[in-house]
Design a protein around this ligand. Structure first.
Ligand code: G
Ligand code: G
Ligand code: MN
Ligand code: NA
Length: 259
């Protein structure tokens, strides 16, 4: 595969870049931070989304240096948002982790080093791990996440609700945020929403809050969805209704409008 062989040089040549999609507080509509989403500006194929190359990077092991680069850029960006935006409250950044990064022994030390070098508080960083990556996770896998959580880094369970995990298992995971999968938000498209979808989301939110977990919803495309999800008690939202993923400067503008 041509993309696979081009990947390592692409990292050296600086062909990757990051877009940021805002995370919005459902209670007051303020921008609280953003999720970092990596893209590849390929010299022949143009902009490629993560679905096109993350699986290849995972397969070849390039995900470890690529993931470290994404983390470093995102942490630097969050630091720069904070410097320029001190009145609006600290903007936070969410970074996705692949399962192979979780098992890589350097994860905790790399994260500590990057936060320290860039001068960002651990509290301003959230690492997103998919529910499926943690299904059946043993203590060896959870240990680095526990250490990061103890340092103050938030761990979010991404794509929650798609992985058929044992809900009782949640107690054992060092997770502080559930990111409800986009498929639940799709059930809120009409107003009033599908009553069964409402019950499911209501149940998840109540379980999450009883375990002291915050709930973030993905894929919010309309004001009606946002309103339903706010009424259901979801805490934070992300989606095209607020903003598509975009350049980092735009987040700063969006946050300032609310400040
Ligand atoms: O940007 P887009 O909506 O196409 O993102 C698709 C998926 O790619 C996201 O759900 C996210 O989990 C994944 N992704 C985006 N950026 C990164 C990254 O830096 N590392 C990893 N491992 N996955 C990412
Ligand atoms: O990590 P994760 O897979 O959750 O990344 C979010 C993905 O969802 C990105 O690929 C992003 O482009 C996509 N996305 C973000 N907001 C919306 C939305 O409102 N609707 C839809 N359909 N997709 C979205
Ligand atoms: Mn994510
Ligand atoms: Na997701």
């Amino acid at each position: 595969n041509g993309l696979t062989t081009a990947l390592p040089a692409a990292l050296d040549r600086g062909e990757f870049f990051i877009e940021y999609q805002p995370l919005v507080h459902l209670g007051d509509g303020s921008v609280r931070g953003a999720e970092a989403l990596v893209r590849w500006l390929h010299p022949q194929h143009g902009v490629l989304g993560p679905d096109r190359f993350i699986p290849l990077a995972e397969h070849t092991g390039l995900i470890v240096p690529l993931g470290r680069w994404v983390l470093e850029q995102s942490v630097r960006q969050a630091r720069s948002w904070q410097e320029r935006n001190s009145d609006a409250g600290p903007l936070r950044v969410n970074v996705n982790l692949s399962p192979c990064q979780l098992t890589h022994p350097g994860l905790v030390q790399d994260t500590v080093d990057i936060l320290e070098r860039e001068g960002l508080d651990a509290q301003a960083l959230c690492l997103e791990v998919t529910e499926s990556a943690l299904i059946g996770a043993d203590d060896d896998l959870l240990k680095p996440l526990r250490r990061l959580a103890e340092m103050g880094v938030d761990i979010a369970l991404d794509d929650f609700g798609t992985g058929y995990s044992n809900l009782a298992n949640l107690r054992r995971l060092p997770v502080s945020i559930l990111k409800l999968d986009r498929s639940f938000t799709q059930g809120m498209q009409q107003f009033p929403a599908d009553p069964v979808d409402l019950k499911i989301v209501e149940g998840i939110v109540s379980l999450a809050h009883s375990l002291d977990l915050a709930v973030t919803v993905e894929g919010v495309e309309t004001g009606a969805q946002a309103e339903q999800l706010r009424i259901l008690g979801c805490d934070t939202a992300q989606g095209w209704y607020y903003a598509r993923p975009g350049p980092p400067e735009r987040l700063h503008e969006l946050a300032l409008v609310d400040a």
